[in-house]
Design a protein around this ligand. Structure first.
Ligand code: KG4
Ligand code: ZN
Length: 349
Protein backbone atom coordinates (compact mmCIF):
# COMPACT_ATOMS: atom_id res chain seq x y z
CA UNK A 1 0.00 0.00 0.00
CA UNK A 2 1.08 3.54 -0.73
CA UNK A 3 2.92 5.05 2.29
CA UNK A 4 0.64 8.09 2.60
CA UNK A 5 -2.59 6.06 2.51
CA UNK A 6 -1.18 3.77 5.18
CA UNK A 7 -0.03 6.74 7.33
CA UNK A 8 -3.47 8.36 7.09
CA UNK A 9 -5.23 5.18 8.14
CA UNK A 10 -2.82 4.67 11.02
CA UNK A 11 -3.42 8.24 12.23
CA UNK A 12 -7.21 7.87 12.12
CA UNK A 13 -6.92 4.72 14.22
CA UNK A 14 -5.17 6.53 17.06
CA UNK A 15 -6.64 10.05 16.81
CA UNK A 16 -9.25 9.46 19.51
CA UNK A 17 -6.80 7.81 21.87
CA UNK A 18 -4.63 9.57 24.41
CA UNK A 19 -2.07 6.84 24.97
CA UNK A 20 -0.21 6.79 21.65
CA UNK A 21 3.55 7.28 21.69
CA UNK A 22 5.25 10.06 19.73
CA UNK A 23 8.93 10.08 18.82
CA UNK A 24 9.88 13.73 18.26
CA UNK A 25 12.93 15.13 16.53
CA UNK A 26 14.13 18.75 16.83
CA UNK A 27 17.18 20.07 14.96
CA UNK A 28 16.22 23.66 14.11
CA UNK A 29 19.31 25.33 15.59
CA UNK A 30 22.24 24.06 17.67
CA UNK A 31 20.53 21.41 19.78
CA UNK A 32 20.06 17.87 18.50
CA UNK A 33 17.03 16.79 20.51
CA UNK A 34 14.84 13.69 20.55
CA UNK A 35 11.99 12.83 22.90
CA UNK A 36 9.34 10.20 23.45
CA UNK A 37 6.02 11.63 24.65
CA UNK A 38 2.56 10.31 25.42
CA UNK A 39 -0.24 12.89 25.48
CA UNK A 40 1.11 15.83 27.47
CA UNK A 41 3.58 13.59 29.33
CA UNK A 42 7.29 13.30 28.65
CA UNK A 43 8.54 9.70 28.73
CA UNK A 44 12.11 10.59 27.77
CA UNK A 45 13.86 13.69 26.48
CA UNK A 46 17.45 13.91 25.32
CA UNK A 47 19.07 17.21 24.33
CA UNK A 48 22.57 17.21 22.92
CA UNK A 49 23.83 20.76 22.79
CA UNK A 50 26.48 21.95 20.35
CA UNK A 51 27.01 25.17 22.30
CA UNK A 52 30.61 24.36 23.21
CA UNK A 53 31.43 23.92 19.52
CA UNK A 54 29.84 27.21 18.43
CA UNK A 55 30.95 29.30 21.41
CA UNK A 56 34.42 29.94 20.02
CA UNK A 57 32.81 31.50 16.92
CA UNK A 58 30.62 33.81 19.03
CA UNK A 59 27.41 32.34 17.61
CA UNK A 60 25.90 29.41 15.73
CA UNK A 61 27.68 28.57 12.47
CA UNK A 62 24.92 27.03 10.29
CA UNK A 63 27.12 24.63 8.33
CA UNK A 64 28.78 23.30 11.48
CA UNK A 65 25.37 22.90 13.10
CA UNK A 66 24.08 20.74 10.21
CA UNK A 67 27.15 18.53 10.22
CA UNK A 68 26.92 17.95 13.94
CA UNK A 69 23.24 17.09 13.75
CA UNK A 70 24.11 14.45 11.14
CA UNK A 71 26.75 12.84 13.33
CA UNK A 72 24.66 13.02 16.52
CA UNK A 73 21.10 12.21 15.54
CA UNK A 74 21.22 8.44 15.32
CA UNK A 75 22.73 8.04 18.79
CA UNK A 76 20.34 10.59 20.29
CA UNK A 77 17.34 8.69 18.91
CA UNK A 78 18.71 5.48 20.44
CA UNK A 79 19.28 7.21 23.80
CA UNK A 80 15.75 8.59 23.83
CA UNK A 81 14.26 5.17 23.03
CA UNK A 82 16.43 3.46 25.66
CA UNK A 83 15.50 5.98 28.31
CA UNK A 84 11.84 5.51 27.47
CA UNK A 85 12.23 1.73 27.49
CA UNK A 86 10.52 1.36 24.11
CA UNK A 87 11.67 0.11 20.73
CA UNK A 88 10.97 1.79 17.40
CA UNK A 89 8.17 -0.65 16.70
CA UNK A 90 6.35 0.62 19.80
CA UNK A 91 6.25 4.17 18.45
CA UNK A 92 2.94 5.30 16.90
CA UNK A 93 3.80 8.71 15.44
CA UNK A 94 6.97 10.46 14.25
CA UNK A 95 7.04 14.23 14.82
CA UNK A 96 9.58 16.69 13.48
CA UNK A 97 10.28 20.42 13.53
CA UNK A 98 10.16 21.62 9.91
CA UNK A 99 10.57 25.37 10.56
CA UNK A 100 11.43 28.02 11.53
CA UNK A 101 15.16 27.68 11.95
CA UNK A 102 18.40 27.17 10.04
CA UNK A 103 17.71 25.50 6.69
CA UNK A 104 20.55 22.95 6.74
CA UNK A 105 19.94 22.11 10.39
CA UNK A 106 16.20 21.62 9.86
CA UNK A 107 16.83 19.44 6.81
CA UNK A 108 18.75 16.89 8.88
CA UNK A 109 15.80 16.34 11.22
CA UNK A 110 13.24 16.41 8.42
CA UNK A 111 15.13 13.89 6.26
CA UNK A 112 15.73 11.62 9.26
CA UNK A 113 12.10 11.75 10.40
CA UNK A 114 10.79 11.11 6.89
CA UNK A 115 13.03 8.06 6.50
CA UNK A 116 11.92 6.76 9.88
CA UNK A 117 8.23 7.32 9.19
CA UNK A 118 8.50 5.68 5.78
CA UNK A 119 10.37 2.60 6.95
CA UNK A 120 8.08 2.12 9.95
CA UNK A 121 4.93 2.94 7.98
CA UNK A 122 3.93 5.44 10.68
CA UNK A 123 2.34 8.87 10.31
CA UNK A 124 4.64 11.88 10.26
CA UNK A 125 3.51 15.12 11.92
CA UNK A 126 5.24 18.34 10.84
CA UNK A 127 5.58 20.74 13.76
CA UNK A 128 6.13 24.49 13.73
CA UNK A 129 8.95 25.27 16.19
CA UNK A 130 7.02 28.20 17.68
CA UNK A 131 4.03 25.99 18.42
CA UNK A 132 6.48 23.64 20.08
CA UNK A 133 7.61 26.42 22.42
CA UNK A 134 3.97 27.17 23.24
CA UNK A 135 3.28 23.45 23.88
CA UNK A 136 5.98 23.37 26.57
CA UNK A 137 3.29 24.87 28.80
CA UNK A 138 1.09 21.78 28.39
CA UNK A 139 3.87 19.64 29.83
CA UNK A 140 4.22 21.67 33.01
CA UNK A 141 0.47 22.44 33.22
CA UNK A 142 -1.36 19.42 31.74
CA UNK A 143 -4.76 20.92 32.57
CA UNK A 144 -4.12 24.08 30.55
CA UNK A 145 -6.96 25.01 28.19
CA UNK A 146 -7.18 27.99 25.82
CA UNK A 147 -7.83 30.81 25.67
CA UNK A 148 -4.61 32.24 27.05
CA UNK A 149 -2.02 34.83 26.14
CA UNK A 150 1.42 33.49 25.30
CA UNK A 151 4.48 35.67 25.69
CA UNK A 152 6.90 34.12 23.23
CA UNK A 153 10.48 35.27 23.74
CA UNK A 154 13.14 33.28 21.91
CA UNK A 155 16.31 33.71 19.89
CA UNK A 156 14.39 34.09 16.64
CA UNK A 157 10.96 35.40 17.68
CA UNK A 158 9.33 37.82 20.08
CA UNK A 159 5.55 38.00 20.06
CA UNK A 160 2.44 38.29 22.11
CA UNK A 161 0.08 35.58 20.92
CA UNK A 162 -3.57 34.97 21.67
CA UNK A 163 -4.10 31.23 21.74
CA UNK A 164 -7.77 30.56 21.02
CA UNK A 165 -7.11 26.89 20.37
CA UNK A 166 -3.98 25.01 19.26
CA UNK A 167 -5.14 25.40 15.66
CA UNK A 168 -6.14 29.04 16.02
CA UNK A 169 -3.39 31.34 17.29
CA UNK A 170 -3.36 35.06 16.50
CA UNK A 171 -0.37 37.31 16.85
CA UNK A 172 -1.41 40.52 18.55
CA UNK A 173 2.06 42.03 18.77
CA UNK A 174 5.59 41.28 17.70
CA UNK A 175 9.07 42.69 17.39
CA UNK A 176 9.56 45.06 14.49
CA UNK A 177 13.26 44.18 14.20
CA UNK A 178 15.51 42.02 16.41
CA UNK A 179 14.17 39.16 18.50
CA UNK A 180 14.80 39.65 22.20
CA UNK A 181 17.19 36.66 22.39
CA UNK A 182 19.19 38.12 19.53
CA UNK A 183 19.46 41.40 21.47
CA UNK A 184 20.67 39.49 24.56
CA UNK A 185 23.29 37.73 22.44
CA UNK A 186 24.53 40.93 20.76
CA UNK A 187 24.66 42.94 23.98
CA UNK A 188 26.53 40.06 25.61
CA UNK A 189 29.12 40.15 22.87
CA UNK A 190 29.68 43.89 23.35
CA UNK A 191 30.14 43.25 27.06
CA UNK A 192 32.77 40.62 26.28
CA UNK A 193 30.60 37.66 27.29
CA UNK A 194 30.37 34.33 25.48
CA UNK A 195 27.55 32.83 23.41
CA UNK A 196 24.71 32.26 24.20
CA UNK A 197 24.50 35.67 25.81
CA UNK A 198 21.22 35.42 27.73
CA UNK A 199 22.42 33.25 30.61
CA UNK A 200 25.72 35.18 30.76
CA UNK A 201 23.95 38.53 31.05
CA UNK A 202 21.67 37.11 33.73
CA UNK A 203 24.70 35.92 35.71
CA UNK A 204 26.61 39.22 35.38
CA UNK A 205 23.52 41.31 36.17
CA UNK A 206 23.22 39.58 39.56
CA UNK A 207 26.29 41.55 40.65
CA UNK A 208 24.99 44.88 39.35
CA UNK A 209 22.20 47.40 39.65
CA UNK A 210 20.16 48.98 36.83
CA UNK A 211 21.82 52.40 37.09
CA UNK A 212 22.16 53.19 33.36
CA UNK A 213 19.30 54.95 31.58
CA UNK A 214 18.43 53.23 28.30
CA UNK A 215 15.74 54.10 25.75
CA UNK A 216 12.41 52.26 25.83
CA UNK A 217 12.55 49.28 23.53
CA UNK A 218 9.33 50.22 21.81
CA UNK A 219 8.41 51.25 18.32
CA UNK A 220 5.57 50.90 15.86
CA UNK A 221 1.88 51.59 15.70
CA UNK A 222 0.55 48.46 17.36
CA UNK A 223 0.26 48.75 21.07
CA UNK A 224 1.84 45.35 21.62
CA UNK A 225 4.78 45.67 19.24
CA UNK A 226 8.40 45.79 20.33
CA UNK A 227 11.71 47.01 18.99
CA UNK A 228 14.95 45.76 20.44
CA UNK A 229 17.32 47.11 17.85
CA UNK A 230 17.30 50.64 19.33
CA UNK A 231 17.95 49.32 22.81
CA UNK A 232 20.80 47.13 21.58
CA UNK A 233 22.33 50.07 19.65
CA UNK A 234 22.04 52.29 22.72
CA UNK A 235 24.07 49.76 24.71
CA UNK A 236 26.68 49.48 21.94
CA UNK A 237 26.97 53.30 21.66
CA UNK A 238 27.25 53.68 25.40
CA UNK A 239 30.10 51.16 25.52
CA UNK A 240 31.91 52.76 22.57
CA UNK A 241 31.54 56.31 23.91
CA UNK A 242 32.89 55.24 27.28
CA UNK A 243 35.86 53.55 25.61
CA UNK A 244 36.57 56.63 23.48
CA UNK A 245 36.60 58.79 26.61
CA UNK A 246 38.77 56.30 28.42
CA UNK A 247 36.05 55.78 31.04
CA UNK A 248 35.42 52.44 32.57
CA UNK A 249 32.07 50.75 32.08
CA UNK A 250 30.33 49.14 34.99
CA UNK A 251 29.55 46.00 32.97
CA UNK A 252 27.43 44.40 35.65
CA UNK A 253 25.32 47.57 35.98
CA UNK A 254 24.89 47.81 32.23
CA UNK A 255 23.86 44.13 32.03
CA UNK A 256 21.35 44.75 34.85
CA UNK A 257 20.03 47.89 33.13
CA UNK A 258 19.50 46.08 29.82
CA UNK A 259 17.87 43.07 31.45
CA UNK A 260 15.59 45.23 33.61
CA UNK A 261 14.44 47.22 30.59
CA UNK A 262 13.68 44.06 28.61
CA UNK A 263 11.81 42.39 31.47
CA UNK A 264 9.82 45.56 32.16
CA UNK A 265 8.76 45.94 28.55
CA UNK A 266 7.88 42.31 27.83
CA UNK A 267 5.91 41.83 31.03
CA UNK A 268 4.01 45.11 30.91
CA UNK A 269 2.84 44.43 27.35
CA UNK A 270 1.88 40.82 28.06
CA UNK A 271 -0.12 41.79 31.15
CA UNK A 272 -1.83 44.67 29.33
CA UNK A 273 -2.70 42.36 26.44
CA UNK A 274 -4.27 39.82 28.81
CA UNK A 275 -6.22 42.50 30.66
CA UNK A 276 -7.49 44.21 27.52
CA UNK A 277 -8.54 40.91 25.94
CA UNK A 278 -10.22 39.78 29.15
CA UNK A 279 -7.96 36.71 29.42
CA UNK A 280 -7.02 35.33 32.82
CA UNK A 281 -3.94 33.27 31.95
CA UNK A 282 -0.50 34.16 30.57
CA UNK A 283 1.91 31.42 29.49
CA UNK A 284 5.60 32.10 28.95
CA UNK A 285 7.52 30.41 26.11
CA UNK A 286 10.92 30.42 24.42
CA UNK A 287 14.57 30.45 25.48
CA UNK A 288 14.48 33.95 27.00
CA UNK A 289 11.66 32.62 29.18
CA UNK A 290 14.45 30.96 31.19
CA UNK A 291 15.47 34.42 32.43
CA UNK A 292 14.97 34.69 36.22
CA UNK A 293 14.12 38.40 36.55
CA UNK A 294 11.71 38.18 33.57
CA UNK A 295 9.94 35.22 35.19
CA UNK A 296 9.70 36.95 38.57
CA UNK A 297 8.38 40.21 37.14
CA UNK A 298 5.80 38.46 34.95
CA UNK A 299 4.55 36.46 37.91
CA UNK A 300 4.42 39.51 40.15
CA UNK A 301 2.66 41.76 37.65
CA UNK A 302 0.29 39.06 36.46
CA UNK A 303 -0.77 38.12 39.96
CA UNK A 304 -1.21 41.79 40.90
CA UNK A 305 -3.72 41.94 38.04
CA UNK A 306 -5.45 38.69 39.06
CA UNK A 307 -3.95 36.84 36.11
CA UNK A 308 -2.56 33.34 36.41
CA UNK A 309 1.02 33.14 35.12
CA UNK A 310 2.42 29.85 33.83
CA UNK A 311 6.19 29.50 33.87
CA UNK A 312 7.45 26.23 32.37
CA UNK A 313 10.69 25.02 34.01
CA UNK A 314 13.76 26.53 32.36
CA UNK A 315 14.80 23.33 30.57
CA UNK A 316 11.44 23.35 28.78
CA UNK A 317 11.84 27.00 27.71
CA UNK A 318 15.04 26.44 25.73
CA UNK A 319 15.03 24.17 22.67
CA UNK A 320 14.05 20.53 23.30
CA UNK A 321 12.10 17.80 21.52
CA UNK A 322 9.60 17.06 24.31
CA UNK A 323 7.74 20.25 23.40
CA UNK A 324 7.69 19.10 19.74
CA UNK A 325 6.19 15.73 20.70
CA UNK A 326 3.47 17.38 22.77
CA UNK A 327 2.79 19.92 20.00
CA UNK A 328 2.32 16.98 17.61
CA UNK A 329 -0.18 15.42 20.04
CA UNK A 330 -2.09 18.72 20.17
CA UNK A 331 -2.02 18.97 16.36
CA UNK A 332 -3.43 15.44 16.07
CA UNK A 333 -6.19 16.29 18.54
CA UNK A 334 -6.94 19.43 16.52
CA UNK A 335 -7.43 17.30 13.39
CA UNK A 336 -4.06 17.57 11.63
CA UNK A 337 -3.31 15.41 8.59
CA UNK A 338 -0.02 13.54 8.36
CA UNK A 339 2.78 15.19 6.39
CA UNK A 340 3.65 13.63 3.06
CA UNK A 341 7.12 12.50 2.05
CA UNK A 342 7.38 15.75 0.08
CA UNK A 343 7.66 17.64 3.36
CA UNK A 344 10.37 20.27 3.09
CA UNK A 345 12.11 22.38 5.71
CA UNK A 346 10.77 25.93 5.91
CA UNK A 347 13.37 28.20 7.54
CA UNK A 348 11.09 31.27 7.55
CA UNK A 349 7.91 29.54 8.76
O1 KG4 B 1 14.09 29.37 22.20
P1 KG4 B 1 15.57 29.21 22.08
O2 KG4 B 1 16.23 28.12 22.86
O3 KG4 B 1 15.98 29.05 20.59
C1 KG4 B 1 15.26 29.67 19.56
O4 KG4 B 1 14.23 29.12 19.13
O5 KG4 B 1 15.67 30.79 19.19
O6 KG4 B 1 16.17 30.64 22.49
C2 KG4 B 1 17.54 30.89 22.48
C3 KG4 B 1 17.74 32.27 23.05
C4 KG4 B 1 19.20 32.76 22.96
O7 KG4 B 1 19.21 34.04 22.38
C5 KG4 B 1 19.65 32.80 24.42
O8 KG4 B 1 20.61 33.80 24.68
C6 KG4 B 1 18.35 33.06 25.14
O9 KG4 B 1 17.40 32.30 24.45
N1 KG4 B 1 18.39 32.64 26.55
C7 KG4 B 1 18.25 33.51 27.59
C8 KG4 B 1 18.43 32.74 28.76
N2 KG4 B 1 18.63 31.44 28.40
C9 KG4 B 1 18.60 31.40 27.04
N3 KG4 B 1 18.04 34.83 27.61
C10 KG4 B 1 17.98 35.43 28.80
N4 KG4 B 1 18.16 34.77 29.98
C11 KG4 B 1 18.37 33.45 30.01
N5 KG4 B 1 18.55 32.81 31.17
ZN1 ZN C 1 13.51 27.71 20.02
Amino acid sequence: MDYYVKAKQALEKIRDRDDFLVLAVETSCDETAVAVTRGRKVISSVVSSQIDIHRRFGGVVPEIASRNHITAIDAIVKNALNEAGVSLSGIDVIAVTYGAGLLGALLVGVAYAKALAYTLGKPLIAVNHIKGHIAANYISEPGLQPPYICLLASGGHTSILKVNSFADITEIGSTQDDAVGEAFDKVARVLGLTYPGGPEIEKLAKEGRPTYTLPRAFKGEGEYNFSFSGLKTAVINLVENCRARGEEIRREDLAASFQTEVADLLTSKAVTAAREHGIKTIALAGGVGANGPLRELLKQRGEAGNIRVLLPPRYLCTDNAAMIGVAAYEEIKAGASPASLDLDADPAL
